[in-house]
Design a protein around this ligand. Structure first.
Ligand code: AVJ
Length: 324
């Protein structure tokens, strides 16, 4: 029998649009941001001055790469499994270090977007023609299920950068970490980035940049529904609205209807009514501190072995192991 979680993560875009837009309050999942245009917009976001996460984690990896490579290394080699690899910009710093140290490893980037994987593989092979790379397309849960069924003969290091876990509520984050833990053995490591609580102003700007790239990224959900489900959303009739709650550490992003309007989604045979100022909740980007990460790890049967942060304590990469 399928668990709720599995069912939830195997839904199609159409099923989720139907469910989310007929619910009250309305919602859509951020995992649907990433089509070809969404991938490009996210890469633009990562290069924005306001989106500090990427630069902080890049600096952390740059400063600690020798130490990290040392921790990853194993006599018989290892598998470097990266969940949500994206363009691999930060990972390439590590790959260079691993190659320089002549370590024996296979790079296994996993992403929901085949586009992104094709570009990543091409670039990696251009830089390091002899690097052993095996890409895999899929959702985290599909892939992790596969990983845990696999016969393992060497060390596995799982890498999840960029605070990707932040799109999950704590409940799902624990389930995610638990699924990862079940695929790990005592020698295996999990290297994961968590964006930290900080001045709310800094956080809010990261999700409300002055060039409006994040706004386009959020609104790309509606463009996708227009294109893929033959709908007639007027993008300009929605407002991008992120909020940060310093108590919970949760950034929530919304699209707010600026007027009373009805949208037709032909492919779903569905009319959706919006009252003026009604919202669609589209994303959460959770912020953390050491206590929360400790608690999440504990709940999932993991413990923090080591952690690295930047000089402003904006972002932290943690190394986890399974509890004996
Ligand atoms: C890829 C989930 C880490 O939440 O910060 C960036 C996605 N959304 N700007 C984040 C995102 C809006 C990003 N993560």
């Amino acid at each position: 029998m399928k668990t709720n979680q599995e069912t939830k993560f195997e839904n199609t875009f159409e099923e989720e649009v139907y469910e989310g837009l007929t619910a009250f309050p309305k919602y859509l999942s951020s995992k649907w941001f990433y089509d070809k245009k969404g991938d490009k917009l996210f890469q633009k976001i990562m290069a924005l001055p306001e989106y500090y996460l990427t630069e902080c984690e890049r600096a952390i990896i740059e400063e600690n790469k020798a130490d990290i490579a040392q921790l990853f290394s194993d006599k018989t080699g290892f598998d470097l499994v990266e969940l949500g690899a994206g363009d691999g910009k930060k990972t390439k710093i590590l790959l260079q270090e691993l190659v320089n140290s002549k370590l024996n490893f296979t790079y296994r980037p996993i992403d929901i977007s085949q586009n992104v994987l094709d570009e990543l593989e091409e670039d990696v092979l251009k830089r390091w023609p002899k690097l052993d790379i095996k890409t895999e397309q899929g959702t985290y849960f599909n892939i992790l299920n596969k990983l845990s069924e696999q016969q393992k003969d060497r060390k596995m290091v799982i890498v999840v950068l960029g605070s990707n876990i932040g799109n999950l509520s704590h409940q799902y984050a624990v389930e995610f970490l638990t699924t990862i833990r079940k695929s790990m053995q005592p020698d295996d490591l999990l290297f994961m980035g968590f964006d930290q609580k900080k001045n709310p102003e800094v956080i809010l700007k990261a999700y409300n940049d002055s060039q409006g790239v994040t706004e386009s990224f959020n609104k790309n959900l509606l463009s996708r529904i227009n294109q893929e489900m033959d709908a007639n959303f007027e993008i300009d009739n929605f407002k991008h609205w992120p909020v940060y709650d310093p108590e919970s550490g949760t950034t929530k992003s919304f699209l707010v209807s600026t007027k009373d309007q009805t949208i037709t989604i032909q492919k779903l045979n569905l009319d959706i009514h919006f009252s003026a100022w009604e919202s669609i909740h589209t994303e959460i980007s959770q912020k953390y501190d050491d206590d929360i990460v400790n608690w999440l790890a504990q709940e999932a049967g993991l413990y923090i072995e080591k952690q690295y942060t930047d000089h402003q304590n904006y972002f932290t990469d943690y190394i986890f192991r399974i509890k004996k």
